[in-house]
Design a protein around this ligand. Structure first.
Ligand code: C5P
Length: 222
């Protein structure tokens, strides 16, 4: 029997990462932050000075990465080839590069089995863009989490301010819009809700309100 999967897809800044982590903790499930895999691929490609347009080369890099996720702490710690890259993969340049390499079909194919390998008993919470549509189409619980672009930029701005990073809200909003656009229009696994996903707009909701709504869904379906 296959372990159950809860998929949480949506645009960047919708809160899916936070919700996925809390949900996995609450249920004792494994956690897959699939965006981190694209970020790792981008960082590995940048470090290897690869041409980000060279699909076969970037896919080869994606297949060869030695990666490790430590989910025990407050934030997920990420290791690439024995180097702690938890912070490095969150930088804006890596975010942009991640959304570029994510548009390459060979890169997505290279990461597919790696993502599916996270499925283990008693279950998995997977967040990303195509968890419900492509990677785990048979998942019993699928959520598509959104929020307005302005709200998502503001959340990101607050997060960065807390960390002492100074950025402009306008630049963040522009970045978010550019990534939304690229994630939505690409032909390989574009960002879109699965037909059987429950759509949730978090613009006016707190984290705990979103979590409660998703937990109710899980109780109904698992
Ligand atoms: O979710 P996060 O912002 O960390 O994802 C980084 C980038 O990886 C996204 O901009 C998106 O282009 C890509 N991505 C994807 N499919 C996923 C997860 C992320 O294409 N399942």
């Amino acid at each position: 029997e296959q372990a159950p999967v809860i998929t949480i897809d949506g645009p960047s800044g919708s809160g899916k990462g936070t919700i996925a982590k809390l949900l996995a903790e609450k249920l004792g499930f494994a956690l897959l932050d699939s965006g981190a895999l694209y970020r790792l691929t981008a960082l590995a490609a940048i470090r290897a000075e690869a041409d980000l347009e060279d699909e076969a080369d970037v896919a080869r890099i994606a297949s060869g990465m030695d990666i490790f996720f430590d989910v025990s702490g407050e934030e997920v710690a990420v290791t690439l080839d024995e180097d702690d890259v938890t912070r490095a993969i969150r930088m804006e340049d890596v975010s942009m590069a991640a959304s570029r390499v994510a548009a390459l079909p060979m890169v997505r194919a290279a990461l597919l089995e790696r993502q599916r390998a996270f499925r283990k008993m008693p279950g998995l919470v997977a967040d990303g863009r195509d968890m419900g549509t492509t990677v785990f189409p048979d998942a019993p619980v699928k959520v598509f989490l959104t929020a307005s672009a302005e709200e998502r930029a503001q959340r990101r701005f607050n997060q960065l301010q807390e960390k002492g990073v100074s950025v402009s809200l306008r630049d963040l909003l522009e970045d978010i819009r550019a990534r939304d656009e690229r994630d939505t229009v690409r032909s390989a696994s574009p960002l879109r809700p699965a037909g059987d996903a429950v759509q949730l707009d978090s613009t006016e909701l707190t984290i705990s309100q979103v979590l409660d709504t998703v937990l109710e869904l899980v109780r109904d379906r698992l």
